[in-house]
Design a protein around this ligand. Structure first.
Ligand SMILES: [Zn+2]
Length: 213
């Protein structure tokens, strides 16, 4: 347990740094302009960069796609930086990517744009989804700790935030996932949890379906 150095890589080649907690498995503010590499691990260095969390988030067109790398994890994830707040807009953890696949379907609307939705019919941004669900949802996650009656083929890991700049990806749906999937509810795939623990995981798809919601 402890903290690791998270490196936030910007499209122009520059980096900012933050700490990543191995307790809650997420990166947290503040951000730093510098880091020091020495000993067995890196550490943020210098003064924290001032953020402006009181300001509204930048418009979607102004958010900057970044890649976040946590030292020793070797499992970088795509995220967004908010220039107006000078803070990360999220996701704050690579596990967000897994939660998205556990919770959401991905399907196209009538214009061919890809949206995320709790169900196969309505997207997070409120559009009706007319297309067949695309390969995205992790059906194995629907069963939680239970054994599916028939073997389910695992889906490949898809980091949908990497498609932020793709014209056929709905940005509103991507941004909504940060609000509706609190990072701390992330269930680590390597954790063995009892059913009550999983049930407390807000919005867990298999639990909602069990309750008929
Ligand atoms: Zn959408």
């Amino acid at each position: 347990m402890g903290t690791w150095l998270a490196t936030i890589r910007f499209p122009d080649g520059t980096c900012k740094y933050a700490r990543y907690s191995t307790v809650v498995e997420e990166m947290y503010h503040p951000l730093y302009a510098e880091c020091s590499i020495g000993g067995d691990r890196g550490e943020v260095a210098g003064e924290p960069l001032p953020g402006r969390p009181e300001l509204p988030r930048s418009a979607a067109a102004d958010l900057v796609p970044v890649v976040i790398d946590v030292e020793s994890y070797n499992d970088a994830w795509h995220a967004l930086y908010c220039p107006r707040r000078a803070l990360l807009a999220g996701p704050f953890s690579g596990f967000h990517r897994d939660r998205m696949q556990a919770e959401f379907e991905l399907a196209r609307d009538e214009h061919g744009v890809r949206h995320l939705g709790w169900s196969e019919s309505t997207s997070l941004c409120g559009r009706p989804l007319t297309g067949e669900p695309l390969v995205f949802h992790d059906h194995l996650a629907d069963w939680g700790p239970m054994e599916p009656p028939e073997p389910i083929e695992p889906v490949e890991v898809i980091d949908l935030y990497a498609d932020w700049d793709e014209p056929d990806m709905c940005r509103a749906c991507l941004l909504t996932t940060v609000a509706v999937l609190p990072e701390r509810d992330v269930v680590r795939p390597d954790m063995t949890l009892t059913m009550p623990d999983r049930a407390r995981t807000a919005g867990a798809g298999w639990w909602r379906r069990l309750l008929g919601r």
